[in-house]
Design a protein around this ligand. Structure first.
Ligand SMILES: C[S@@+](CC[C@H](N)C(=O)[O-])C[C@H]1O[C@@H](n2cnc3c(N)ncnc32)[C@H](O)[C@@H]1O
Length: 221
């Protein structure tokens, strides 16, 4: 009896997960009621795949972050009035979720690939979009404004070790004092890069409604 109800519960969870993943896939590739948003989304998905084909390790995923993941990351930004810096904005899924919660004057977006920067500037003309390398993060920020949070979609695990170390060092430097670092990874288990670098984890969440499922963590430097 117990085994049967456990099997039913597992089946229910699998069904919910499958439905969520299909919804996300459909969001990216099928027409919806309004044609313009569909075309924009379709173009973004196409741009993402093209950039992935061009630089797979730097892009680190074959499709943009899903809405649930983006919202979860944005919700982890603590209240405050310091700067919020997004690293690796790609096509802007997380940017959009951040923009819904944070005033544009507090947001700074950093993305390395020029094609993504062009897309982000069209999509968010009100935001400061900097084409730059996260390994030089400190160079792009005003010295007199504290950073409340660095929100990163960077594929840290797939970057070469020297780049990884340089980026983590910069993230810790700019958030030293009162800031935090929010990072997602597709590695659902094990110590993440920032934990291994000595950051202390404050909170974490699993986002199963994403393709693929992801883990989001918030650290203090
Ligand atoms: C997983 S994708 C981001 C997905 C994004 N949230 C979206 O929905 O489109 C990782 C992004 O990090 C960017 N990136 C990788 N290395 C970078 C670096 N050193 N500095 C800045 N951006 C970088 C890539 O160009 C890519 O846009």
């Amino acid at each position: 009896m117990k085994m049967l109800s456990r099997a039913q519960a597992t089946q229910g969870r699998l069904l919910a997960l499958t439905q969520a993943l299909s919804r996300q896939a459909l969001h990216a590739v099928t027409p919806c009621l309004s044609k313009a948003p569909f075309l924009a989304r379709f173009e973004r998905a196409g741009a993402f795949v093209a950039q992935w084909a061009h630089a797979p390790r730097a892009v680190g995923a074959v499709c943009p972050s899903g809405i649930s993941l983006a919202r979860r990351m944005a919700a982890m930004v603590p209240p405050g009035d310091g700067l919020v810096v997004e690293l690796g904005a790609g096509t802007g899924a997380v940017t959009r979720a951040l923009r819904a919660r944070i005033a544009p004057e507090r947001l700074i977006i950093i993305e390395r690939l020029p094609a993504f920067c062009r897309l982000l500037r069209t999509r968010f003309p009100e935001l400061a979009i900097i084409q730059g390398d996260a390994a030089r993060l400190g160079d792009y920020l005003p010295p007199d404004r504290p950073v409340s949070a660095v929100v990163s979609s960077l594929p840290l695990l797939s970057l070469p070790a020297p780049a990884q170390n340089a980026i983590v060092e910069q993230m810790r430097k700019v958030t030293a004092g009162q800031g935090c670092i929010i990072q997602f990874t597709y590695a659902l288990w094990g110590r993440s890069t920032l934990a291994r670098a000595g950051c202390s984890r404050e909170t974490r969440a699993m986002v199963l409604r994403n393709l693929p499922p992801a883990r989001v963590e918030r650290f203090r430097p």
